[in-house]
Each structure stands twice: as structure tokens, then as C-alpha cells.
Design a protein around this ligand. Structure first.
Ligand SMILES: Cc1ncc(COP(=O)(O)O)c(C=O)c1O
Length: 385
């Protein structure tokens, strides 16, 4: 007899984690599978955490988060984007960005509601939409891997409830420009759609590209829940610290959900982050990591493009290359990943993990492979392609 609920039967486990376990123990394996940054967390932040524990910040915090951290987050948004969020009721601290996406969808999506997401997208969205009973609607991408706005228009129906945006994007590395994002927000206003804007890679943006905070666009504030995270910014994914900003009206319902699921994000980590965030040291850390990721991006994207049959748009941000492999000898994403793993011991993620359009692509993360490892990857691939 199976005790599993109906909703769990349609939620497939993440293929990335499967790949990750398959690769463990294999000799000479290089994994570009998972999006974890391998750079060590800042020393000042680690020291602040030690002190927070020693100073007995070990109890529950307020449900929405430690006051000091909420104030620091509100200050960050004012400084970075000129947007005012209320530290008392416009900020929430969560157990990773993933928790916030989950509780936002659970709070606002009813059975049968349609939720628009880009094809391809961060794989968690699809599963989390399914867990609400909502219906995922894939929005096609154009040749630059941006949302195709004309095609998106035709997908809006009277059942459409929300749209998920994610720039800089996982898996494509795209950073959408202000005018295009404003056009999407205008459509959301016209059709009364909620916007969930996942901006966890906001600081990992390359060359002259600029991250646009969707909440700063005309008409966005009262309908947008911004998801953010310390995982990538300070290279602490294991701390499980995320946060969000929104209007008090939208956030107050999400807060109730949060209170019954986790009560609060861990307290000592919040105290440490409140102390570290917005300091000159934290800004230096962000810039240093951004520069390192940019160098890695250059090596991987240029290396991939030098290989027969591979076409890779240069990622504008995030930690991922999303090359098209349809002109190689293994033109399908799953075959490509499997054969490349068998022949070179390099782990790449099949594009279909991120959406049905991914049959022609794979995702390669440069988050946790240093520059010489990335050169080695290109070298190994060049021998078989
Ligand atoms: C686009 C995107 N959003 C959210 C997350 C989740 O981050 P967190 O560690 O804060 O849960 C990730 C993690 O890879 C991601 O790629």
C-alpha cells in the first residue's frame, strides 16, 4: 500500500541531485552540475556568526526576521535601487530563497490557477507550482533567451494568476533589459497578475549589463514579491538564508504561512548577517566574487564556442552557460550529457531539466569549478567532439 499523496505523485525528483550522486565516487570526475559557489564565505561573516552564538542569540526570532536584519535589507534596497520597503512590514527573512518561492505560491495560487514561467526556468518553480494544484504555463524564449513578449501575450487567459520572473537567469545567464521588463510589468498590470521576481543573482552581473529590480518599475510595487537570498551573494548556501521584499498587503498573508511552516529563519545567522551586510567588507567581497565569476564565465563560454557544433550565448549574469548542442554528434540533451559523462567524466545538466525546450541545450555551472578546472573541461570536451 502506498501512503504517498496524489500531489507528490506528479512531482519528479530533481535530476540534478541524481546526477550529483551518480558522479560521486567516479574517478577524475568534474562536476559542472550544481550551482553552488565554491568560494569560501567571508571571514568577517563567519566571525560574526561565532559571536552571535557565543552571545546567546540562540532563541526564536520574530517571525518576519530579526529587526536589525530587516532594517539592513530595507537599507540595501534604498541604496541599490532607490526603492523604499518598510523594515517593519515590507521585509521577510526565510530559510533560503526556495522557502519564499514556495510559501508565496502556496499563499496565492488556487487549484487550477495558471502560473506563467519561462521555458527554460530554475527547475524548482515547476515542482512548486504543481504542489499548489496550479497549472504551469511555459512562456517561450526568443533567440537571445529572453522571454518572448509577443508570444507571452497570447498565453494570458482569464485563469492566469501569476508570472515568475528570474533575471539574471538560471539556467540561461540572461539579464533582461529595463524596457522589456517594463513591458512585462505593464501586461501584468493590464491582466491583474501577481509577479514573483526571483533576483537571487542580482550581484552576479557581467560586463556592462545592469540588473533591474522589477519592484522599481512602474506599477510593479503593489503586485510584486521579490525573492532574494544570501546563498550566492555571500557564498553561504548551506546557511539556508533567504529574504524577500514586497508591499505589506502582499507580505502579511505570506507571513502567516511562514509562521506555521518554519516559525523563523535561524536566529544567529540573522544576527551575523545584520552585522555584516552593507559594510565596506561585504561590498568588497561581492565585487571580488563577481570578478572571479566573470573570468570563469569568459573561459567557459569562449572555450565552449571553440568546440565543433557548440553555440553558447555569452552569459550576462548568474553562474551558468547554457550552450546549444544541436549541431554536435550528440544533438539531444540527454544523450549529450550521458555520452559526455561516460567519455570525459564531466557532469553537465540536460536542458530538459529546466523545461521542454531544453532538448537542444545543456547547462554548465562555473560556480564551483575554478579557472584551471574549466580549462580542463574544455580540453576534455575538445578530445571527443
Ligand atoms: C534562480 C534561483 N532561485 C532560487 C534559488 C534558491 O536559493 P536558496 O539557496 O536561497 O534557496 C536558486 C538556487 O540555485 C536559484 O538558482
Amino acid at each position: 500500500m502506498s501512503f504517498v499523496s496524489e500531489k507528490m505523485k506528479i512531482v519528479k525528483p530533481s535530476g540534478i541531485r541524481e546526477l550529483f550522486s551518480k558522479a560521486q565516487g567516479v574517478k577524475n570526475v568534474i562536476s559542472l552540475g550544481i550551482g553552488t559557489p565554491d568560494i569560501k564565505a567571508p571571514i568577517e561573516l563567519k566571525e560574526a556568526l561565532r559571536q552571535a552564538v557565543s552571545n546567546d542569540h540562540n532563541s526564536y526570532s520574530q517571525t518576519s526576521g530579526e529587526e536589525g536584519l530587516r532594517e539592513a535589507i530595507a537599507t540595501k534596497y534604498k541604496q541599490d535601487y532607490g526603492v523604499d520597503y518598510s523594515s517593519s512590514d515590507g521585509v521577510i527573512v526565510t530559510c533560503g530563497g526556495c522557502e519564499l518561492i514556495y510559501i508565496a505560491l502556496q499563499t496565492y495560487i488556487n487549484q487550477g490557477d495558471e502560473v506563467l514561467l519561462q521555458n527554460p526556468s530554475f527547475l524548482t518553480y515547476l515542482r512548486q507550482i504543481s504542489l499548489t494544484g496550479g497549472k504551469p504555463i511555459w512562456m517561450p524564449s526568443d533567440e537571445n533567451l529572453e522571454i518572448d513578449i509577443e508570444k507571452m501575450k497570447n498565453l494570458i487567459t482569464d485563469k492566469s494568476k501569476a508570472i515568475i520572473l528570474n533575471f539574471p537567469s538560471n539556467p540561461t545567464g540572461t539579464v533582461m533589459k529595463k524596457e522589456k521588463l517594463q513591458a512585462i510589468v505593464d501586461l501584468a498590470v493590464d491582466h491583474n497578475l501577481l509577479i514573483i521576481s526571483d533576483e537571487v543573482y542580482e550581484y552576479i552581473v557581467f560586463d556592462d549589463h545592469k540588473h533591474v529590480h522589477v519592484g522599481s518599475l512602474n506599477g510593479a510595487y503593489e503586485r510584486t514579491i521579490t525573492v532574494n537570498s544570501f546563498s550566492k551573494t555571500f557564498c553561504i548556501p548551506g546557511w539556508r538564508m533567504g529574504y524577500g521584499v514586497s508591499s505589506p498587503e502582499l507580505l502579511k498573508h505570506i507571513l502567516v504561512y511562514h509562521s506555521f511552516v518554519v516559525a523563523n529563519a535561524t536566529t544567529p545567522t540573522q544576527v551575523a548577517l545584520a552585522q555584516y551586510m552593507n559594510t565596506p567588507e561585504s561590498k568588497n567581497f561581492i565585487e571580488k566574487t563577481r570578478m572571479e565569476f566573470q573570468k570563469r564565465r569568459n573561459i567557459l563560454a569562449e572555450g565552449l564556442n571553440s568546440l565543433a557544433g557548440i553555440n553558447c550565448l555569452k552569459p550576462e549574469g548568474s553562474l551558468y552557460c547554457y550552450p546549444n548542442i544541436s549541431e554536435t554528434k550528440y544533438p539531444n540533451d540527454i544523450d549529450f550529457s550521458q555520452k559526455i559523462f561516460e567519455e570525459t567524466q564531466v557532469v553537465l545538466v540536460p536542458g530538459t531539466e529546466f523545461g521542454p525546450s531544453g532538448t537542444t541545450n545543456v547547462r554548465a555551472s562555473f560556480g564551483s569549478a575554478d579557472k584551471s578546472t574549466l580549462k580542463e573541461v574544455v580540453d576534455r570536451l575538445s578530445k571527443v567532439l
